[in-house]
Write a protein that binds this ligand. Structure first.
Ligand SMILES: [Ca+2]
Length: 352
């Protein structure tokens, strides 16, 4: 991204004006100027790459050619289930029913502020909504376990990011799939696969990642307890904001993992690369103290407006519904008693 920013800065410069200054020059000099400009441009890009490389943490990253992955004791990653390594990607599941595959880091993460760039590919033969289930990215206390949440346990402790390609619960079609969502697990709340994780979701967005013509990326930034998630899936090489949550606390020493599962419906789920960059962030001793947490937690006040609004309204509705029902019943009973009284009165009068 920094490299892209550098390119756009160069493009936006007064390059036209610069050229017009030299409009009178012969062709040979033109070539020289262009060569110098190209040199400067590539140097700038080179610097950016160098800058990025410096902060790339290799022990937490998984990049081509995936040296030793799956067989070497020195590898930083473990494979699980149907996951297999090729020259260009790690295929977590093939486009076949009922498969589960995963890749888990062996090294616990002690980097406090980071940026994670995920390059992945989901593709298959099935028509839209006849494919599944998707893949998930994790930073959790637990690792290497099977389960119903995209090939991992559903009661996990830490961060889960889901790329859900099949609408299990969404019969109303109020959201477009594939859908990317974020959840923070504390070990007791579960990811509900049958409801596409909606009850526990902190945020999300639709992202057309399946059978995409372009490379598909997710960028997760965790900086001073603020988690932002962006997607780049339409080949424009721009990050589109998807989730932004502040006050999210993650303990250190958790593991990265990427998992995937297929059920009755399937897809190829491929991980191309996972790159972890360390971010340089200044902290006061007090902030340092606050950030040292043992259990994952998130500040829920940022979601309260919505929760209070919906919950408050439904409680008021229920209250008035109850009051009016009781009043209605009382009126009906009184009317019935009065009518019955009059009926009896009339009957008695007629009899005499
Ligand atoms: Ca689903």
């Amino acid at each position: 991204m920094a490299a892209r920013a550098a390119v756009s800065r160069l493009n936006r410069g007064s390059f036209g004006g610069f050229l017009s200054m030299f409009g009178f020059m012969p062709l040979r000099d033109w070539t020289c100027v262009l060569a110098v400009v190209c040199g400067l441009l590539s140097a700038a890009l080179g610097d950016e790459e160098l800058f990025q490389e410096e902060f790339l943490k290799r022990e937490y990253s998984l990049v081509k050619p995936y040296r030793g992955l799956g067989f070497s004791a020195s590898s930083h990653w473990d494979l699980m289930g149907t996951a297999m390594v090729t020259g260009d990607y790690v295929r977590l599941t093939p486009d076949m029913q009922s498969r589960q595959g995963a890749v888990w880091s062996r090294v616990p993460l002690f980097v406090q502020d980071w940026e994670l760039k995920l390059h992945f590919k989901i593709h298959g033969q099935g028509k839209k909504n006849f494919n599944g289930d998707g893949m998930a990215f994790w930073l959790t206390k637990e690792r290497m376990q099977n389960g119903p949440a995209f090939g991992n346990i559903n009661k996990f402790t830490g961060l889960g990011i889901f790329v859900d390609t099949y609408p299990n619960a969404d019969k109303t079609h109020d959201r477009t799939f594939p859908y990317v969502s974020v959840m923070l697990g504390n070990g007791s709340v579960e990811y509900d696969h049958e409801r596409d994780g909606r009850p526990s979701e902190l945020g999300g967005c639709s992202a057309m990642v399946r059978n995409a013509v372009y490379d598909t990326f997710i960028l997760v930034r965790y900086e001073k307890n603020r988690l932002t998630l962006m997607v780049d899936v339409d080949g424009k090489q721009e990050w589109k904001e998807c989730v932004d949550i502040s006050g999210l606390y993650l303990p250190r020493g958790y593991f990265f993992g990427v998992t995937s599962a297929t059920g009755d419906l399937s897809d190829n789920h491929d991980l191309v690369s996972l790159k972890l960059y360390q971010l340089e962030v200044q902290r006061t001793p007090q902030e340092e103290e606050e950030d040292n947490v043992r259990v994952p937690r998130v500040d829920m006040t940022q979601f309260q407006v919505k929760v209070e609004d919906e919950g408050g309204r439904s409680i008021i509705h229920l209250f008035f519904l109850f009051i009016f029902s009781v009043l209605g019943l009382v009126v009906l009973v009184v009317v019935a008693i009065v009518l019955y009284g009059r009926y009896k009165e009339n009957k008695r009068k007629r009899f005499y």
